[in-house]
Design a protein around this ligand. Structure first.
Ligand SMILES: Nc1ncnc2c1ncn2[C@@H]1O[C@H](COP(=O)(O)OP(=O)(O)OP(=O)(O)O)[C@@H](O)[C@H]1O
Ligand SMILES: [Mg+2]
Length: 384
């Protein structure tokens, strides 16, 4: 799928921008603080309903404006349609597909799939588990309505169960009633975990292949799903070698139930749910060693690059077409050979929106075809 045209009104530092995009490679060039990231953010926002860098939507509205709009003409295998997002200071944000307003924001995902790679993603390996869960959740939520549904329900049940645990802790709730929440928690949680396990296994295979291509075949990357009952202080235990056959629904359900049982006293005392997929993690290994502990900067960068490429491929397998790839200023620090193999892998098949302060880097690469845009102070200054 790809974005044919993009229109921004009062979004961040853009007053009004109208551009047509190349179906493959688009390079946005500009000095610092001119609006390159803002532009990628607008596409990310239209696709996912939120910004990747703030939870406060009103930050996205132009300082002197009342209402921000992002509009795109999107073409997918099933046809072409417009998508529009409207952000106001005094009402909730709204999303329109082909002129029709969506009733729930969760219905937005899936129309325009994106994979974002920004400097923050370099934390994927060493950052907190929350980042890795967010990564897998956004990937799966974009491609699966069932996953979105399970996730929404799981989080609702989790909240309600926590509220109930607090009332027990305060001597109000009855212990027997907790079992009703347990049943639902296990039901939705198990669906989520089975899906995550399968996805991480396939992503890991694809990432391993890409990693060999980019790193020149010297190192072996493997990716492992760590369910919550394995994640605690885990890197060198047996779980790193499990594969999805070990994660069938019955088995996960049993482990979940056992975990709840084992933690029951503590949960009631503390008033919070201590087990479940909200504690899952993902482990990356290079030649068998935990990358969180051992990977150098350059190695982390290559791993994340390989994982991002794997995401593109995984989405194509699941959806039938590639998502749009948003690359924020992450290629310039790669050495020439890694950057070339990277661009070669995505070239001619994935629509890519890429930002850089130094286009000279890319002029050395043997790029067949691309479109270049200059960005200065929220305005387009030349196209080529
Ligand atoms: N709501 C807003 N209204 C107006 N301007 C804004 C708003 N939010 C951010 N900006 C401005 O946008 C500019 C930053 O844009 P952006 O982050 O896209 O820069 P960039 O081109 O990616 O720079 P860098 O190369 O440093 O990453 C800043 O100067 C900031 O002050
Ligand atoms: Mg930027």
């Amino acid at each position: 799928m790809h974005v044919e045209a993009l229109e921004l009104n009062q979004f961040r530092n853009y007053r009004n921008l109208n551009i047509e995009l190349d179906p493959y490679l688009n390079i946005f060039v500009g000095d610092n603080a001119q609006g390159k990231t803002n532009l990628l953010e607008s596409v990310y926002f239209l696709a996912t309903g939120r910004s990747h860098r703030t939870n406060r939507d009103w930050d996205l509205i132009y300082w002197h404006g009342e209402e921000a709009q992002v509009k795109a003409q999107v073409t997918t295998a099933i046809g072409s349609f417009t998508m529009r997002a409207v952000l106001s200071r005094d009402r909730r944000k709204r999303f329109m597909i082909g002129g029709e307003e969506l009733r729930r924001q969760s219905d937005l995902l899936g129309f325009l799939n994106v994979v974002l790679f920004s400097p923050d993603d370099l934390q994927l390996i060493k950052g907190s588990p929350t980042m890795r869960r967010r990564f897998i959740d956004l990937l799966l939520a974009q491609i699966s309505k069932v996953y979105r549904h399970d996730l929404v329900n799981y989080n609702r049940v989790l909240q309600q169960r926590n509220t109930f645990l607090k009332s027990i802790a305060e001597g109000k709730g009855k212990r027997e009633d907790l079992l009703l929440w347990d049943e639902q928690l296990i039901h939705y949680g198990t669906q989520i975990m089975v899906r995550r396990a399968k996805a991480v296994e396939r992503l890991g295979e694809l990432a391993g292949i890409n990693h060999r291509r980019i790193s020149g075949g010297e190192e072996n990357l493997t990716v492992h799903y760590l369910p919550f009952y394995a994640a605690e202080g885990s890197s060198d235990n047996e779980f790193g070698t499990l594969n999805s056959h070990d994660f069938d629904a019955v088995r996960i359900g049993e482990d979940f139930a056992q975990g709840l049982e084992a933690n029951r006293q503590q949960e009631m005392r503390r008033g919070v749910t201590l087990v479940g997929p909200q504690r899952d993690d993902i482990l990356f290994r290079i030649d068998g060693k935990d990358a969180r502990q051992f990977a150098s900067q350059g190695q982390q960068r290559t791993v994340v690059l390989a994982v991002k490429l794997a995401e593109l491929e995984f989405m194509r397998e699941e959806v039938g077409e590639y998502p749009v790839f948003l690359l924020d200023d992450v290629l310039s620090e790669l050495d020439f050979s890694r950057r070339s193999s990277f661009l070669e892998i995505i070239g001619g098949k994935v629509q890519t929106l890429l930002t850089t302060t130094d286009v000279g880097n890319f002029r050395q690469d043997k790029l067949d075809h691309y479109r270049e845009y200059g960005i200065v102070d929220g305005r387009l200054v030349g196209e080529g």
